[in-house]
Design a protein around this ligand. Structure first.
Ligand code: ZN
Ligand code: FE
Length: 256
């Protein structure tokens, strides 16, 4: 089985678009439909035809291009059954534990409510690749527009079950500003300090900081680190539950 090819491109300001191509079957999927023009341009550049849109959630910068792309390519749209009324044009409805296959590459679908109530992630586990939409960002996580902190922490823990080397493909380049907040939470975290130097160098060179790996996120992302003694000391929550620490971290980030 040949490895998946992943083409990543910036669009709409700070979104990332992703084309996922299986060379064996010739099948191609886009993760979300942030910008149909940019997606068509990327497809043309590779000589690929669009077979699927894999939606993570209903927001305009993720599903807004669904119908235009479907009209121009005839692609099939995969999305959360729980959000059927908000995601345009779904053909294949998925829920927790379902899988989607691109050729012989299988993605397990997990429901990750929090950012929205029906957000899902696509985990290509054998490929060590996870598309996490607006659930997990490098050194950050999605805002809780429709979910509780407890729901989001449960969702993030599902992603944390993956192997550390798993590449985390998130939907936005928010890394540097997330990292500035992370440093206020854990100013002495050596992994965080090292990642911030790496991120600064990448951004200065005009390079993406995404994907990162789950191992890097576990070491640097305050939203995955409610057990951290330093984070708890910053928040004055030494004896709180992980959910309480997560909730307070999210609240501080909203005010940052
Ligand atoms: Zn969103
Ligand atoms: Fe988004």
């Amino acid at each position: 089985m040949t490895a998946l090819q992943i083409h990543q491109f910036p669009c709409l300001g700070d979104n990332y678009g992703y084309l996922v191509h299986d060379p064996d079957s010739g099948l191609t999927a886009t993760i979300d439909s942030p910008d149909p023009g940019a997606i068509r341009h990327a497809l043309d550049g590779h000589g690929w035809k669009l077979d699927y849109i894999l939606n993570t959630h209903h927001h305009e910068d993720h599903a807004g291009g669904n119908l235009a792309l479907k009209a121009s390519t005839g692609c099939t749209i995969v999305g959360a059954r729980a959000d059927a009324e908000r995601i345009p044009g779904i053909d294949i409805f998925v829920s927790e534990g379902d899988s989607f296959t691109l050729g012989k590459h299988t993605a397990r679908i997990i429901e990750t409510p929090g950012h929205t109530r029906a957000h899902i992630c696509y985990l290509f586990e054998a490929d060590r690749v996870a598309f996490v939409g607006d659930t997990l960002f490098s050194m950050g996580c999605g805002r809780l527009f429709e979910g509780t902190p407890a729901q989001m922490w449960t969702s993030l823990q599902k992603v944390m079950q993956l192997p550390d080397e798993t590449k985390i493909f998130c939907a936005h380049e928010y890394t540097q500003s997330n990292g500035r907040f992370a440093l206020t939470m854990e100013p002495d975290n050596p992994a965080l300090l090292a990642r911030m130097r790496e991120v600064a160098a990448l951004r200065a060179a005009g390079q993406p900081t995404v994907p990162s790996t789950l191992g890097t996120e576990k070491a640097t992302n305050p939203f995955l680190r409610p057990a951290s003694t330093e984070l708890r000391a910053t928040l004055g929550l030494a004896a709180a539950t992980d959910t309480e620490v997560f909730a307070e971290t999210r609240k501080r980030k909203d005010q940052f």
